[in-house]
Design a binder for this molecule. Sequence first.
Ligand code: PLP
Length: 383
Amino acid sequence: MSKGTSVPYFDHNATTPLSPCAREAWLRAAGESWQNPSSPYRDAARVRVRIEDAREEFARLLGCRTEQVVFNSGATEGANAVFAHWAGALPPGRKIAVNPTEHPCVIEAARHFLGPGRLVWLEVDPDGVVRLPALEALLAGGTVAAVSVMAANNETGVLQPWREVAALCRSQRVAYHCDASQWLGKLPASELGQAGWLTASAHKFGGPKGTGVLIWPAQAEGFRSQRGGEQEHGRRAGTEDYPAVAAMLAALSEAESRPVQPAAGRPCWRDDFVGQIRSAMPDVRVVGAGAERLWNTVSLIMPHGENHRWVAKLDKRGFQVSTGSACAAGREGPSHVLAAMGIAPEEARRAIRISAGRETTQDDWRALADALVAVKAEMRSLP
Ligand code: PLP
């Protein structure tokens, strides 16, 4: 059974439980370092120094310069800040190209700050992977000033070739934003800081909710994500939340020092699970099966029945899974991610997302497979 949760929790792409090391770091920082870092006495100065130490450590983990690291409230704030900046700073006649499988915080920020006239959607293949030759041809045309492609998809776990996208953008002097929310803490962080603009949230990897990090590229002169005081070296106004930063750093340091990787030469537990499901239910479809995916995520199109019924029945059996992105869950209609992959709405309505965490055991995966098989039999017997 997953530690720290009362039931097997398979919705880590929505959020993760606070990791014990993050909780400890938060409590210590909240007890010892609660002063406002901008205040004019020594205790406050000590908090200021701790924030700068944390910034330096983030820069080391991500592979960028310390001054490029901005602590904020997370990926949604980050994406809004990047697109607001691009709207004002990039030449108005040039377009911004966005991957259509991005999280709503990127898609809606792009729509809001740029408007339809400045937006172009990138081509993706049936697994939802951005087509690099099409991107290369688009950039060679010289009409695009910036590109946004995530590192890993929250609904399907599909990995994007973000290093190649970053290199293409660099070679064409085009700005690049990478939403690394689902990559950070699950796969190595060390090259992310070189991507360009980078945004992420701590609660996706065992840190607290409402805190995150933004990396801005050194050449982005004049970038300010919020106006007010001079916090975050003038890049993001607002009193810093040092305990949250300390907790986020503890969670990321742990994830980096103890990566969850399958043992050499054997598939990961997620793949064992998929094998179990496929032999019991050959008519289940794995979304993005042809692409490299996060080790923790699988999106399944069930053979029949709407996804919310599967989710409710699994919940009754003690398993928490999702119909897709938590942020989109309140919205009507099938997922825009699956639609961009060419999946028909009637199939997309049968999609469930399963996402494990660092604490998920092999027994949890096996028990979930058994529960899915039992729910399938139950669903078939219903009118
Ligand atoms: N980007 C991705 C890929 C996500 O999965 C999420 C959260 O679901 C976000 C951005 C937004 O994160 P937050 O709600 O913490 O701002």
